[in-house]
Design a protein around this ligand. Structure first.
Ligand code: S3P
Length: 418
C-alpha cells in the first residue's frame, strides 16, 4: 500500500520545523502530500525527494520558516490547509492558503475560530471557506478549548498553533479521532499531556529531528479489504498496514458484516502500530453501523457503501454528517452512484440506508473525489462500470489502477477522462 496520507503530511510538517535533518521512508508521493512539500519549500525548507518513498527534510527549526513569495496552493488537501493554518498562525509574516475548486468549498471556520481565540489574525472568504489569509500578529496566547466537531484536522491545527503560543494549550475532542499528530510530536521529542479526550501542549517546545517510517495507508487498503471481503473465493494479504486504533473502524465494520480478516506480524513503525492483514472473501450481511465507529472510519464510507450494496440485507449509516463536507458531499455522491448502478438507497441528513443485493453495470460520476472513484472501481464486479472524473485518484493513491489489476481487478483508465 502507498504510505499513509495523514502521517505523510505530518512527517513533512514536523520535519520542516525540527532542528536537524529528518529522513522519512514510505512517504506517500500523492499530490496532497506533494502540495505540503511544495508549501514548505516555498517557506525556505530544503527537501530532497520523495523518491521511491524516501525523503530528507532539512529542518529549519521552530522559528526558521520564511515568508513565501506567493500564495500557498494546497490543491485538494483539507488536511494540509487546516494543519498549516494552525502551524502558520504564529508566524511573523503574512501569507495566504488557497486550494482547488473542491477545497475552496470546504468549511474552515472550525479551525479559524479557535485560532482567532488564540490571537491569530486570520480571515476566510465570505461563508468561512478558503482562501485563508493570515497576517503577522503579536504572538499567540494559549487556550483551553472543547471542539464541537470530531475532527483530527482541527485538533491538530490547534496543537500545532499551541507550539507557538504562550503557555499551555489544551484541546478536548467530543469523541476520539486519529491521533497521528500526538504520536508524531512525541517522536520529535515534544511531550504532550494526554488524558482521555483532552490533550495539552506547552508553547515554546522545540522539535528534534528523527527518522520516520510511514506505514501503509489503511484508507487505501480499505478498497481492497472491502472488495475482497465481499467476494467469495478472494484471498488477499496486505502487508504493512497502519492499524492505529483511531483508524481501524473499517475493520470492525467489515467484521460486523461478517468479513474474515486476520491480523499477523504486528509491529511498530514511527510510533504507529502496523500489521499484515489477510482477508478471505465471503458474502457480507447488512448491519446498522454504530455511530461511535464513524470517526474511526471517516474516510472509508465510500468503500463501506459500495460493500453494503453487494451485501445481503440492509445497511444503515447514521451520525455521519461530516461526510457531506469532505472532498465531495460523499453521502450525495455515493447515493447518486449507487442509484446509477441500480441500488436502492434512502438518503438522510447524516447518513444513508442501502438495500443490499448487488449492483448492475452503469455509469457514475466520482464528483472529482478520489475515494468515490476508487470505491466504485474496486466494487464493480458483476457488470462493467464506467466512472467519470477520476483524475484526483493521484491525490492519495498513485498507481491504484495497476496495483488493483495485479490482484485480479479489471480496471481500464481512459486518457480522455476529464
Ligand atoms: C485527517 C482527518 C480526517 C480525514 C482526513 C484526514 C487528518 O478529517 O477525513 O482525510 O489527517 O487529520 P477530519 O479530522 O476533519 O474529520
Amino acid at each position: 500500500m502507498p504510505g499513509d496520507k495523514s502521517i505523510s503530511h505530518r512527517c513533512v510538517m514536523l520535519g520542516a520545523i525540527a532542528d536537524g535533518g529528518t529522513r522519512v521512508r514510505g512517504l506517500l508521493d500523492g499530490e496532497d502530500v506533494l502540495a505540503t512539500v511544495t508549501a514548505f519549500r516555498s517557506m525556505g525548507v530544503d527537501i530532497d525527494g520523495p523518491h521511491e518513498g524516501e525523503a530528507f527534510i532539512r529542518g529549519v527549526g521552530r522559528d526558521g520558516l520564511q515568508a513565501p513569495a506567493a500564495d500557498i496552493d494546497l490543491g485538494n488537501s483539507g488536511t494540509a490547509m487546516r494543519l498549516l493554518a494552525g502551524l502558520l498562525a504564529g508566524q511573523r509574516y503574512d501569507c495566504a492558503l488557497v486550494g482547488d475548486a473542491s477545497l475552496s468549498r470546504r468549511p474552515m471556520r472550525r479551525i479559524t475560530e479557535p485560532l482567532t481565540l488564540m490571537g491569530a489574525r486570520i480571515e476566510t472568504a465570505h461563508g468561512g471557506t478558503p482562501p485563508i489569509r493570515l497576517r503577522a500578529g503579536k504572538g499567540l496566547a494559549s487556550i483551553d478549548c472543547t471542539m464541537s466537531v470530531a475532527s483530527a484536522q482541527v485538533k491538530s491545527g490547534i496543537l500545532l498553533a499551541g507550539l507557538y503560543a504562550n503557555g499551555r494549550t489544551c484541546v478536548t475532542e467530543p469523541v476520539p479521532t486519529r491521533d497521528h499528530t500526538e504520536r508524531m510530536l512525541a517522536a520529535f521529542g515534544v511531550a504532550l499531556a494526554r488524558e482521555g479526550r483532552r490533550t495539552c501542549i506547552e508553547g515554546g517546545a522545540r522539535l528534534a529531528a528523527t527518522e520516520m517510517d510511514v506505514p501503509g495507508d489503511i484508507s487505501s487498503a480499505a478498497f481492497f479489504l472491502a472488495a475482497a471481503a465481499g467476494r467469495p473465493g478472494s484471498d488477499l494479504l496486505i502487508r504493512g498496514v497502519g492499524v492505529n486504533p483511531t483508524r481501524t473502524g473499517i475493520l470492525t465494520i467489515l467484521e460486523r458484516m461478517g468479513a474474515d480478516i486476520c491480523w499477523s506480524n504486528r509491529r511498530t513503525a514511527g510510533r504507529e502500530p502496523v500489521a499484515d492483514l489477510r482477508v478471505q472473501g465471503t458474502t457480507l450481511v447488512g448491519i446498522d453501523v454504530d455511530p461511535g465507529l464513524v470517526p474511526l472510519a471517516i474516510d472509508e464510507f465510500p468503500a463501506i457503501f459500495a460493500a453494503a450494496a453487494t451485501a445481503r440485507g440492509v445497511t444503515r449509516v447514521t451520525g455521519a454528517a461530516e461526510l457531506r463536507v469532505k472532498e465531495s458531499d460523499r453521502i450525495a455522491a455515493s447515493a447518486e452512484a449507487l442509484n446509477a448502478l441500480g441500488v436502492s438507497v434512502q438518503v438522510g441528513d447524516d447518513g444513508m440506508t442501502i438495500e443490499g443485493g448487488g449492483m448492475s453495470g452503469g455509469e457514475v460520476d466520482s464528483a472529482g473525489d478520489h475515494r468515490i472513484a476508487m470505491a466504485f472501481a474496486s466494487a464493480s464486479a458483476a457488470a462493467p462500470v464506467r466512472i467519470r472524473n477520476c483524475r484526483n485518484v493521484v491525490t492519495s493513491f498513485p498507481g491504484f489502477e495497476s496495483l488493483a489489476n495485479s490482484v485480479g481487478f479489471d480496471i481500464e483508465v481512459s486518457l480522455d477522462d476529464p
